[in-house]
Design a protein around this ligand. Structure first.
Ligand SMILES: [Cu+2]
Length: 302
């Protein structure tokens, strides 16, 4: 009798545990589906100071919280579908949110406002997002938009920007920018890092294991063309917003026009530490001193 009773209790408990587990599983699945359907990033436009060797510059950045970080955040979305984005503009000026290559897409982001809008549907690739107003352009509110990239592969991104402190100071102080004068940038950064600090950047420093394949999303958010030279590896073009005929090419030198977005595939087929650097000598300096600027490393562990 006692045994039967005990059995009954255990049986009852098991049923309720099973039921509870099922209910929990069902709820979680629904929650995940809901999250997936409403996947949404929130970006803050923050102001802050960016310190380089000989200059401290007022800059603007897209960060994932209302605390200033020197690197702009990368956004990901699936290909051929829209995705909601919320931007909170904490700068005291209005801005225009734009995406490279889509001339008709401009979203006004008023100062102090929270704006939610849909990012446009685009084919697989790497695109630049940026602020197309003068202040946003010069102070560096811009980043990498990854669309439909293979998430089973390790991913890195390089947001290339060149900086001329005089022009930045002009716009920061509300003065007219003299666009006609010679362009003499003094800093050249990858995700706002300049060599020798680029290895501190987890998004840009390519650390992988032997045999792994990774994707590198690159955008040129600067005011000049840039050319990257890879040591140790040949990389394959997966996408390009301006030179689509290069998709499939396997090369060790990758030129990027102003505003271009490129996706590269790198197969880590040998161990060691290899540099990747801008092939234009001025772009591997900090305030005129070599080596600096756009120089980072690929580190393949055995
Ligand atoms: Cu080289």
């Amino acid at each position: 009798m006692r045994t039967y009773f005990k059995y009954g209790v255990i049986q009852g408990d098991l049923e309720s545990v099973k039921e509870g587990t099922l209910r929990l599983w069902f709820t979680l699945t629904l929650a995940l589906l809901f999250l997936n359907a409403t996947a949404q990033d929130t970006l803050y436009i923050n102001t802050g100071m960016w310190e380089q060797s000989a200059d401290t510059m007022l800059v603007l950045r897209f960060n994932s919280e209302n605390i200033f970080d020197t690197s702009n955040v990368a956004i990901s979305m699936p290909s051929n579908s829209t995705q909601s984005l919320t931007v909170i503009n904490l700068d005291s000026f209005d801005h225009e949110f734009s995406i490279g290559g889509i001339t008709e897409f401009v979203e006004a982001i008023s100062s102090g406002d929270t704006t939610t809008f849909d990012l446009p549907s685009q084919p697989m690739g790497t695109y630049r997002y940026y602020t197309s107003d003068e202040r946003g352009l010069l102070l560096g509110a811009n980043g990498v938009l990854k669309v439909g990239l293979d998430e089973s592969l390790e991913q890195f991104h390089w947001n290339l920007v060149d900086w001329m402190p005089e022009r930045m100071d002009s716009v920061a102080n509300g003065n007219e920018v003299t666009w006609g004068e010679p362009y003499v940038p003094r800093y050249f950064s990858i995700n706002s890092f300049t060599y020798p600090h680029t290895p501190l950047d987890a998004n840009g420093y390519v650390a992988v294991n032997l045999g792994e394949t990774c994707l590198i999303s690159i955008v040129n958010n600067g005011f000049m063309d840039h050319v990257l030279h890879f040591h140790g590896f040949h990389v394959e073009y997966i996408s390009s917003t301006m030179q689509a005929d290069r998709v499939g090419w396997i090369k060790d030198t990758v030129p990027l026009h102003m505003g271009e977005g490129v996706t590269l595939k790198l197969i880590a087929n040998q161990t060691g530490i290899y540099p990747v650097h801008n092939h234009n000598l001025i772009a591997v300096t900090n305030s005129g001193f070599y080596p600096g600027g756009m120089l980072t490393l690929i580190n393949v562990a055995p």
